[in-house]
Design a protein around this ligand. Structure first.
Ligand code: PMP
Length: 435
């Protein structure tokens, strides 16, 4: 069906779309950098699907790997059993992970990776006889998925409060000390360390011995694309170390080359204790997530002291053969084509293009890091998000797929993007903004 405003014709089997009362745009196929819509309309993918299709669409190598796998072994139970590709993929992944994170646990999504990471952190402290460490800390404007774990530590207040129920003992770091400013960009980019000191406020409030872990996205994606201000992650790491608190980076978006390095941890030179990933781990082709931890932390989770029998964690589809096959082919492509390095180079071109849009109507901020860009628009008074949605609509009609979060346009094209396509993307966006 073509886009229509008659919502009565639809009920949505996925994300609610109450706000705009518009039916979804139907995508029917995809190849490399483009989606094709039901009416034959082609759009340049400026979002890598939903931050996941880092190697581009319809990659033959991945398609073939999945096809061969499903024909050979379609499913393998993972209780007391396994299959070779799960182990092969696990060792390929840990070889890529930041040094010291030499274990991985498979999940099926970012939300599950977050739940898993929080449980690993709690189990680790328990196993060390430190069972009083149960408090979890997230950040205002953090996004960690839609499970109750991720909702609770997430900082999207409406998402959390709508259900009136969440994990106990959760706090949130402040996003800014000055509500009039965006603590992560406008006004305060040099004050990262100072902002991270907010963790000391929570430590003083609760006592460090009650705090299990802090979870942050190194670059927040779904809440407006917020690269960390200078010194922020370093200071969080230092405070966590001082107080025996585990640091979790949610790299569901930033993992697998998005920032021009395998992981954000590598780019920023800060290694957390646990990393959550999903999305691009399989190029988005088969749902999968992966949680990285050091063997010390992982082993505590896997064996726990007195919980050997009771402690259970795992998903029916953990390490699904098709996901592992897709993931192995995906890693081959990332490495053979040098896509992480390519992202760094194309990211510079994207940054130059986007920063040049600064004078255009309603543009109040431009933020870039790696192959991620954000153009923040001034909200229409009384109608937040409408301006960005209008940009999304016009861009789609003009042949460019954008993602918007609030009134921020987020750009994260597949890492295979060419120079000409970066220019095309920026040019189309400029036309949209002018209009
Ligand atoms: N964490 C982060 C940082 C994310 O960006 C997302 C998804 N956008 C999630 C967790 C949740 O992932 P999923 O939608 O796969 O559950």
């Amino acid at each position: 069906p073509a886009p229509t405003n008659n919502l009565d014709a639809f009920w949505m089997p996925f994300t609610p779309n109450r706000q705009y009362k518009a039916a979804p745009r139907m995508l029917v196929s995809a190849k490399d950098m483009h989606y094709r819509a039901a009416d034959g309309h082609e759009v340049l993918d400026g979002a890598a699907g939903l931050w996941c299709v880092n190697a581009g669409h319809g990659r033959e190598k991945i398609v073939e790997a999945v096809r061969a796998q499903v024909a050979e072994l379609d499913f393998a139970p993972n209780f007391n059993m396994g299959h070779p590709k799960a182990f092969e993929f696990a060792s390929r992944l840990t070889a890529l992970a930041p040094k010291g994170l030499d274990r991985v646990f498979f999940t099926n999504s970012g939300s599950e990776s977050v739940d898993t990471a929080l449980k690993i952190a709690l189990a680790y402290h328990r196993a060390r006889g430190d069972a009083g460490r149960t408090r979890l800390i997230g950040r205002e404007r953090g996004y960690h998925g839609v499970g109750f774990g991720g909702l609770s530590v997430g900082g999207m207040v409406a998402n959390r409060k709508a259900f009136g129920l969440g994990l106990n003992g959760v706090d949130h770091l402040r996003h800014t000390h000055d509500p009039a400013r965006n603590g992560f960009s406008r006004g305060l980019p040099e004050h990262g360390a100072e902002l991270a000191d907010d963790l000391e406020r929570l430590v003083a409030l609760h006592d460090a011995s009650t705090i299990a872990a802090v979870i942050v996205e190194p670059v927040a994606g779904s809440t407006g694309v917020l690269p960390p201000p200078k010194g922020y992650l370093e200071r969080l790491r230092a405070i966590c170390d001082r107080h025996g608190i585990l640091l979790i980076f949610d790299e569901v978006i930033t993992g697998f080359g998005r920032l021009g390095a395998a992981f954000a941890s590598e780019l920023f030179g800060v290694t957390p204790d646990i990393i959550t990933t999903a999305k691009a781990v399989t190029n988005g082709v088969v749902p999968m997530g992966a949680v990285f931890a050091s063997s010390k932390i992982y082993d505590a989770f896997m064996s726990g002291p007195e919980h050997v029998i009771e402690l259970f964690h795992g998903y029916t589809y953990s390490g699904h053969p098709m996901a592992c096959a897709a993931g192995l082919a995906t890693l081959d492509i990332y490495q053979e084509e040098g896509l992480f390095e390519r992202a760094a180079v194309m990211g510079e071109r994207l940054a130059d293009g986007l920063h040049a849009l600064k004078g255009l109507p309603h543009v109040i901020d431009v933020r870039t890091v790696g192959l991620v860009g954000a153009v923040e628009l001034e909200p229409i008074e009384g109608a937040p998000t409408r301006r960005a949605y209008a940009a999304f609509t016009k861009a789609f009609d003009d042949g460019l797929l954008l993602r918007t979060t609030g009134d921020t346009i987020a750009l994260s094209p597949p890492l295979i993007i060419s120079e000409a396509q970066v220019d095309e993307l920026v040019g189309k966006l400029a036309d949209v903004l002018k209009a």
